[in-house]
Design a protein around this ligand. Structure first.
Ligand code: FAD
Length: 463
């Protein structure tokens, strides 16, 4: 990196926003690796879209690679550096610019944290349904770039279903503004969709218009137990029909995962005893707490009587709800059990899941080097996560585990990434779920938006 570029950046955005030397070492590349000093040329803290555009223009002129930092919660190595990048942190673009209660929209800068969006919607008696474990750190720009999913996709869709407008800065400094609040816009190509889920490889998201919903007036949940996978799938149909549109969460937790999440040193007690193979956590969001509680309760009683489930426990209070959902969301407990871990986030048709997970678990449990394997996930979306604890961090073991989890997915018509993205860690496996023609069109897009390959270089695709 030339000193000239640094001087120009300092002159353009102010030297206090250009961190260098030991100030960079105090930063990190991921919230789970805060003990590892950041390896980068400079760390920039711009405050608005124009400053980001100016930075991009300068870096483009100087052929300088840049990497964008959001909340640093991604699970695919997307913010790992090689040391020759300038980091653009979005932390200071953290304002909620507007809540428009009539249009049911919220306009946010990219660095706004998800939990703050949820709270601001609630203050206006509205609801932003996106929810997942990293809500206290993940930023809207990172979430949009990863097209995050989470716990309510079944009812409200992925992030791309919740975005009405976007402002994006391209690598040459161009500002693309499509910050509309409208739901329907068929005036030619929907450009914003290109940036949603492209993992910061095509442009930098600086602002977004979010689509809000009416705030649900009731929330009910229950834990259930099953021994057969087919019964889990049948129950999904039963409960979805019975709740007639209010089912908003259907989470599957395998026995080993459930036990680990609810036994010492976990602070959570098991709501249902151990001894079953599958545990399911359901959520309904509706309009009347008492009525909706009774509806779910009646359905659960019917399910037990008709042998559709082996056991069921309902949450009867706010603290029960917190208890149940903390068990599902606090996956850090699983990670803490694994000294060295590997994560997976795969998709397959729901009907294929039971056999697929059994086969993968059997192979993992017989693989020397694997200490733990914890499956759980958003079954109604056809999405399962594995957190795997290992005895060593060798590439050989990593690749063996990747092969076990990923290789069967091609035949199943699945995906190596349901919601976490490709980043760095899954790049080699993209070809298992995308055709050559698809990958070559992706490369065409990357070359059109960033011909010099300077933005989030080496992530998602190798050019
Ligand atoms: C405990 C835990 C639970 C999680 N659960 C889920 C889950 O259920 N579902 C799910 O989908 N994900 C989940 N994740 C993953 C993660 O939270 C998401 O991928 C999230 O969207 C990342 O947002 P971030 O702000 O942390 O982005 P970062 O990690 O900072 O960045 C992710 C990528 O986006 C790019 N980027 C960041 N900001 C911008 C921007 N403004 N413009 C362009 N590119 C940008 C970065 O360069 C990087 O490539 C979980 C993570 C954790 C730690």
């Amino acid at each position: 990196m030339s000193t000239k570029l640094i001087e120009k950046l300092q002159a353009t955005i102010g030297s206090q926003k250009v961190l260098l030397g030991k100030d960079i070492l105090e930063r990190y590349h991921h919230i789970w690796h805060m003990d590892q000093p950041l390896n980068a040329l400079a760390y920039l803290l711009p405050e608005n879209t124009q400053e980001i555009s100016d930075i991009c223009k300068l870096c483009h002129e100087h052929d300088q690679k840049v990497m964008i930092y959001g909340g640093l919660t991604n699970l695919v190595g997307a913010t790992e550096t090689t040391g020759d990048e300038i980091i653009i942190s979005m932390a200071k673009l953290n304002k909620i610019e507007e809540v428009d209660a009539q249009s049911r929209t919220m306009t946010v800068q990219a660095g706004v944290i998800l939990e703050n969006v949820q709270n601001a919607a609630k203050e206006n008696e509205l609801f932003f349904p996106l929810n997942f474990g990293a809500k206290g750190s993940a930023q809207m720009g990172g979430i949009i770039s990863q097209n995050a999913g989470g716990l309510r996709v079944l009812r409200y869709g992925m992030t791309r279903n919740l975005i009405l407008g976007l402002e994006v800065v391209l690598m040459d400094g161009t500002i693309l503004n499509s910050m509309k609040k409208i739901i329907k816009d068929n005036s030619a190509y929907d450009l914003k969709q290109l940036f949603i889920g492209s993992e910061g490889t095509l442009g930098i998201v600086t602002k977004a218009v979010l689509k809000l919903q009416e705030e649900p007036k009731s929330r009910n949940s229950a834990f259930l137990a099953f021994n057969e996978f087919d019964k889990v799938v049948n129950f999904l149909k039963f409960i979805d029909q019975g709740l007639a549109g209010s089912l908003s969460g259907f989470e599957l937790i395998y026995d080993i995962t459930y036990q680990t999440l609810t036994s010492d040193p976990s602070p959570y007690k098991p709501p249902i005893p151990y001894g079953y193979k599958y545990y399911v956590l359901v959520e309904s969001l509706g309009s009347d707490q008492e009525k909706d509680h009774a509806i779910l309760n009646n359905l659960l009683e019917q399910a037990v009587l008709e042998n559709l489930t082996l056991d069921a426990v309902m949450a009867h209070s706010e603290s029960d709800l917190k208890w149940f959902w903390s068990i599902r969301e606090d996956v850090h407990i699983l990670k803490a059990k694994c000294d060295i871990d590997q994560h997976f986030d795969i998709s397959a048709p729901i009907s294929a899941f039971g056999d697929y997970v059994d086969a993968v678990m059997d192979k993992l449990n017989h693989l020397d080097g694997v200490k733990h394997a914890f499956p759980f996930g958003h079954l109604a979306d056809g999405n399962i996560h594995f957190i795997i604890g290992k005895k060593n961090d060798s590439d050989e073991l990593k690749n063996q585990i990747n092969d076990i989890v990923y290789n069967p997915l091609t035949a199943l018509g699945g995906s190596v990434s349901a919601e976490h993205g490709i980043g760095l860690h899954k790049k080699a496996y993209l070809k298992l779920c995308r055709t050559e023609a698809e990958i070559s069109v992706m490369k065409m897009l990357k070359k059109s938006f960033d011909p010099k390959g300077l933005l989030n270089t080496g992530k998602v695709l190798d050019l």
